[in-house]
Design a protein around this ligand. Sequence first.
Ligand code: ARG
Length: 445
Amino acid sequence: MAEHLWDKGKTTNEDIVRFTVGRDRELDLYLAKHDVLGSMAHITMLESIGLIGKDELPVLLKELKGIYEIAEKGEFVIEDGVEDVHSQVELMLTRKLGDLGKKIHSGRSRNDQVLLDMKLYTRAEIKELVHLCRQLFDVLIAQSEKYKNVLMPGYTHLQIAMPSSFGLWFGAYAESLVDDMELLLAAYNITNRNPLGSAAGYGSSFPLNRQMTTDLLGFNSMDYNVVYAQMGRGKMEKTVAMAMAGIAATIGKLAFDSCMFTCQNFAFMKLPDDCTTGSSIMPHKKNPDVFELTRAKCNQIQTIPQQIMMIMSNLPVGYFRDLQQIKEIFIPAIDQLKDCLKMATYIMDKVKINEHILDDPKYDFIFSVEEVNRLATEGMPFRDAYKKVGLDCENGRFTPNKDIKHTHEGSIGNLCNDRIQALMDKTIGEFHFEKVEQAVEKLIK
Ligand code: ARG
């Protein structure tokens, strides 16, 4: 028999319950410790406005802290017949404390509770994403520096074009992550505002102290307007998903390049044996499945903003159960992105580089522009030099000078990795995760 917070003595069809609960029992586990944190802040505030007794607060907080620890250990379960994490926490409290447990929901609704849980959960996950992006970034910069003098062909239209280098290639993906962090920072700032107190979406006649819960939970500010706070459900997820899509696009492209460059026809890079997978029929195979799956998963992640938008696109103001469905899309995508980041970091660190790609004469023409520029520097008009070298190439008279000299910012000979690193440091510093950590630590202490 199901136990519902909203139970008024009438039974609900079990199939309807199954259908409406959906995957909440599984996905709400991600929210458990955040739900408890939110309740701790909420009841601390309720005590301050006289809705919970001075003597009652420590009892409730102690019990909640116990539940927090259970959740931290990954041992929190939502029992059969219990609808969601919010119901489960309240059930655990009332089982232990009786009527006292029933007091905590004053001035709150599951609508602002789940809004808050999603924000606290997402805030913590963004921190992990930033950390993982930083690790990948550091590996990419290290590889860029290590191989800065190893040249490779650059392509346009997938036709050999101009000299490039592994310094440029690795460094390009590092710098791409810098911009991705900038977008994630904007999404983080939107996430880091407190919706608690909006209740069902219209506030409460209790004199709630919303600034107090904002401070207790380490939020930067609150979503002030209670109607807007409720509108944030799904909007926050969509915004973060867009930033995640940016990261996924970077890694997906890196994965595609890596698939291509490890192909024997290119043979620019080699995966270490422990990163390849075999074939059931072809004994020689060492396949880059890891890059292929990374590519596919990153493409999938880039569909998440659209999926969320489709769920929200025709919803008017106010809460709707439709919004629950967003959890199913959003939460697994975060796990998937973290997985892809870990894979990319591991492999980019271990990948072996072919240092002699350009010994192959089929790449000689990538030095044609170098020759044009040399002639132009000596005084020949650019267009004449272009024509001369073009004809030399046609007639088999072109001999490349592979000793190239590129000096401007961001070029082969002047990667500016230190400046790219400084940009990354600056952006990551602006998240101020320490502020959140301190608040959360204080709350659970
Ligand atoms: N599981 C629900 C969700 O994710 C919780 C909020 C329920 N609120 C309601 N009014 N039925 O949206």
